[in-house]
Design a protein around this ligand. Structure first.
Ligand code: SAM
Ligand code: SF4
Ligand code: SF4
Length: 346
């Protein structure tokens, strides 16, 4: 098929789920391992020394991931985010980036904790990656170390961000999960710091992902509170979304000095526009971040299924989808045995 005609040809066949949502974004977890133990994601008590991570043969290979990515583009997927676990701990990740960068019509991006970014930036860039998101929860070492729980210093993440900016990544997005009593004092210092540097800071409401982080509603600092705090010092105005279904709500500094985003998945659920699907490290497909089960695509890949057969399986999974967890979240649902975020991909 001629690539320039593809969007129109594909548009006619894009499947819709039970709530009329199309499939646009694919998040791929390339590893369930991580060199951090963020308290809200991989608490040490659960992800300790004897924790069993997936074995190498269980992981999708780069070839398998790329084959699936190509099939997903037939469904209208135009955006892929590589995540994990920590994607940069997967060996030779740049080879996968180069393979995905060669798939026509894909907007490719990656979320990282930034710890290995300084040494990997050049290879990522050369492989064809153009956009990057770096997670950083505080500029204060003591707070940051308490959150990453492996004594990792802020300065090394900042060096990674600087290296990425110097290598031409733009805009760089910074993710900050805000947890009450932990890092909310860092909201303003973070906003000031990244506004000066021209990076887009995005505040994420602390979520009840997985079932190990001991989430309580009282620990959530709401998007509204975050915006009010910043607005009091640096006046903000709402900005239009870049596209329908954008996860972060955008706010612009009134003086034109940039923007922030707030991801209010707890207090302002955006399920209605959720066009995302997640592929786990071992090739299970999850139609919601809060799913309790996935669909095994690896056995199709390794069992000799054709592209058309895999395509049909994905179509059938999406057609049945009715997820809207954040809209129906309660203290009770928070206790469900959901899949861990480090495995399913944040
Ligand atoms: N390791 C990479 C990183 O930290 O950027 C990528 C994977 S991480 C699971 C993806 C994003 O999910 C990060 O920005 C992280 O802060 C966020 N995240 C993890 N647990 C969360 C939680 N309980 N609530 C809100 N965001 C969370
Ligand atoms: Fe690792 Fe990212 Fe989870 Fe932190 S948020 S433990 S860096 S996967
Ligand atoms: Fe999408 Fe599920 Fe999150 Fe709702 S709760 S926005 S359906 S991933």
């Amino acid at each position: 098929m001629n690539d320039s005609r593809m969007p129109y040809a594909v548009a006619a066949t894009v499947p819709h789920d039970q709530l009329g949502r199309a499939l646009h974004d694919l998040r791929i977890s390339v590893t369930d391992r991580c060199n951090f133990r963020c308290v809200y994601c991989m608490p040490k008590e659960v992800f300790g020394r004897d924790h069993q991570f997936l074995e190498r043969r269980e992981l999708l290979t780069f070839e398998e991931i790329t084959r699936l990515a190509r099939i997903f583009t037939r469904h209208g997927v135009g955006k892929i985010r590589l995540t994990g676990g920590e994607p940069l701990v997967r060996r030779n990740l740049e080879e996968l980036i180069a393979m995905l960068a060669a798939v026509p019509g894909l907007d490719l991006t990656l979320t990282t904790n930034g710890s290995l970014l300084k040494q990997k930036t050049r290879a990522l860039r050369d492989a064809g990656l153009k956009r990057i998101t770096v997670s950083l929860d505080s500029l204060d070492d003591e707070t940051f170390m308490r959150m990453n729980d492996v004594d990792f210093p802020v300065a090394r993440v900042l060096e990674g961000i600087e290296a990425a900016a110097a290598a031409g990544f733009a805009p760089i997005k910074i993710n900050m999960v805000v947890k009450r009593g932990m890092n909310e004092a860092g909201i303003l210092p973070m906003a000031r710091f990244f506004r000066e540097r021209g990076h887009i800071l995005r505040f994420i409401e602390y979520m009840d992902v997985g079932h190990t982080n001991g989430w309580r509603m009282d620990d959530v600092v709401t998007a509204r509170e975050i915006v009010e705090r910043i607005n009091a010092e640096m006046p903000l105005e709402p900005a239009d979304p870049n596209y329908r279904g954008e996860v972060a709500r955008r706010w612009r500094y009134r003086d034109g000095s940039g923007e922030i985003g707030v991801i209010a998945s707890v207090t302002q659920a955006f399920c209605r526009d959720c066009t995302r699907v997640r592929l786990s490290t071992e090739g299970k497909l999850y139609t919601c971040l809060f799913a309790t089960g996935g669909h095994d695509l690896r056995s199709l890949l390794r069992g000799g299924a054709s592209d058309d057969e895999i395509d049909a399986a994905i179509r059938a999974i999406w057609a049945k989808r009715s997820d809207r967890y954040s809209e129906i979240r309660t203290a009770q649902t928070a206790k469900l045995e959901k899949i861990e975020m480090s495995y399913i991909g944040g």
